[in-house]
Write a protein that binds this ligand. Structure first.
Ligand code: NAD
Ligand code: MG
Length: 374
C-alpha cells in the first residue's frame, strides 16, 4: 500500500490521479492534497476522500472550510504547499501548474519522498538543481508526462550508454494544420480545442504554440541525463506512439497506448510494478500511423526552447516564466496568439543569462519575468 499526496488535486492531472487512487483501493491511499482556488471541486473531493491535510489558496477559504470539515486539517498559501510536500506519504504527485511547483518539489525531495512529476515547469526552471538534490537524497523522479513515461519505459533494463537518441512525438496541437500566416487571427476558443488530449488550459495553449514540446525537450534532458543534441522531435498526429528511444544499433523502441493520462499516472504510482487498466488500444481500428518532420520555422517556440537550453544558466527559467506570463494574458483575452511567442522571444533577448545559478537566483528571475516588468 502506497500513500500518495497530490499538489494540484483539482486540476486535470490531479482529478485523474484521484480516479486512479479510487480505482485501486488495495494499492493506493490518498495522503494530503493542495488546491488553488477551486473550492467547489475540493468539496466534491471531500465527499469521497478524507485527506490528512488540505492546503488551499488563501486564509479565508481555509477558515471557512476548517469550520465546515472539523475532522480535516487545513492550511493555506505557499507555506501550505510546503507542508503538503513534507508530509509523511510515500510519493508526491506534482500536478500543480507552473514554476510555483519548484519549491514544494524540492521540499519533498529534501524530505526523502519519491516524486511522480507532472509539473514539467519545475525541471525547465531548475532541472540541474532538482536532479542533483534527488540524487543526493536517493529519491526517484518518475515522469507523469506521456512522452517521458514512454521513454522511461523504453529505457527500463537498458544500458543508458547505449541510448543514441530520444524521439519525442508531438501531436501538433490545435493549429497543426495551419500555416504561420493563418495563425494571426486564431481565437482563444479554437486554441483550447486540442485534437487528441483533454488537459488543463495552460498546457493546451502550450501544445498549440509547440512550447509544450520545447518544455518537454528540456524536461527529457534532465530526466534522462541526455545531451540536447540527443533529443529530437517528430510530428505524429495520432498520439498513439507516446515517444521512442533509438539505440546505438539503430533499433528503435516505442511505447504505445491510448491518449489517456490515467495509464501514465497509474504507472508512476505502481512503478516498478504494473497494474491493470481499462484503457486498451484497439490495434484493429488503427488504420495508419503518420509521421512528419518538425518544422522549426513554423513552430518558432520549439526553436526558442532549444536555444534556451543550449544557452543554459537562467535562460530556461526565464523562457518558462515569460511563457507563463504570456499564456496567462492570452487566456485572459489580452493578447493575440502570435503575441505569446513575441513576448517570450523579446524577454529572452533582453535577458543576460547567469551561469550556474543557485535556487534564489532562479526564483528571482522567475518572479521578474513572470511579472509585467514595468
Ligand atoms: P490544471 O490547470 O488543470 O490544474 C492545475 C492545478 O494546480 C489545479 O489544482 C490548480 O488549483 C493548482 N494551482 C495552479 N496554480 C496554483 C498556485 N499558484 N497555487 C496553488 N495551486 C495552484 O493543470 P493540468 O493540466 O492538470 O497540468 C498540471 C501540470 O501537469 C502542468 O505542469 C502540466 O504541464 C503537466 N501535465 C499535464 C498533462 C495533462 O494531461 N493535463 C499532461 C502532462 C503534463
Ligand atoms: Mg506531454
Amino acid at each position: 500500500m502506497k500513500t500518495i499526496s497530490i499538489l494540484g488535486a483539482t486540476g486535470s492531472v490531479g482529478t485523474q490521479a484521484l480516479t486512479v487512487i479510487a480505482n485501486n483501493p488495495d494499492h493506493f491511499r490518498l495522503g494530503s492534497i493542495s488546491i488553488g482556488t477551486n473550492t467547489a471541486r475540493l468539496e466534491e473531493i471531500l465527499e469521497i476522500f478524507t485527506p490528512a491535510l488540505v492546503s488551499v489558496g488563501n486564509d479565508a477559504d481555509r477558515s471557512r472550510l476548517a469550520a465546515k470539515y472539523p475532522h480535516i486539517e487545513f492550511t493555506f498559501g505557499p507555506g501550505g504547499l510546503l507542508e503538503v510536500a513534507r508530509d509523511d506519504s510515500d510519493l508526491l504527485l506534482t500536478a500543480i501548474m507552473g514554476s510555483v511547483g519548484l519549491e514544494p518539489t524540492l521540499a519533498a525531495i529534501e524530505s526523502g519522498k519519491d516524486i511522480a512529476l507532472a509539473n514539467k515547469e519545475t525541471l525547465v526552471a531548475a532541472g540541474e538543481i532538482v536532479m542533483a538534490k534527488a540524487k543526493e537524497k536517493n529519491v526517484s523522479i518518475i515522469p507523469v508526462d506521456s512522452e517521458h513515461s514512454a521513454i522511461f519505459q523504453c529505457l527500463r533494463g537498458e544500458n543508458r550508454s547505449e541510448m543514441k537518441r530520444i524521439i519525442l512525438t508531438a501531436s501538433g496541437g490545435s493549429f497543426r494544420d495551419l500555416s504561420r500566416s493563418e495563425l494571426s487571427d486564431v481565437t482563444l476558443e479554437r486554441a483550447l480545442d486540442h485534437p487528441n488530449w483533454s488537459m488543463g488550459r495552460k498546457i493546451t495553449i502550450d501544445s498549440a504554440t509547440m512550447m509544450n514540446k520545447g518544455l518537454e525537450v528540456i524536461e527529457a534532458k534532465w530526466l534522462f541525463d541526455a545531451e540536447v543534441d540527443q533529443i529530437s522531435t517528430i510530428l505524429h498526429r495520432e498520439s498513439t506512439i507516446h515517444s521512442m528511444v533509438e539505440f546505438v544499433d539503430n533499433s528503435i523502441m516505442a511505447q504505445m497506448g491510448t491518449p489517456d493520462m490515467k495509464t501514465v499516472i497509474q504507472f508512476a504510482f505502481s512503478h516498478p510494478e504494473r497494474l491493470p487498466t481499462n484503457q486498451q488500444l484497439d490495434l484493429d481500428a488503427l488504420s495508419q500511423l503518420n509521421f512528419r518532420p518538425m518544422d522549426l520555422e513554423r513552430f518558432r517556440m520549439l526553436a526558442l526552447a532549444y536555444d534556451a537550453i543550449r544557452t543554459g544558466g537562467t535562460m530556461p527559467a526565464v523562457m518558462n516564466a515569460a511563457n507563463e506570463y504570456a499564456v496567462n494574458r492570452f487566456l485572459n483575452g489580452e493578447l493575440s496568439f502570435l503575441e505569446i511567442e513575441e513576448i517570450v522571444e523579446s524577454r529572452m533577448q533582453s535577458h543576460d543569462p547567469v551561469k550556474n545559478p543557485d535556487l534564489d537566483t532562479i526564483l528571482y528571475y522567475d518572479r521578474l519575468y513572470k511579472s509585467d516588468m514595468r
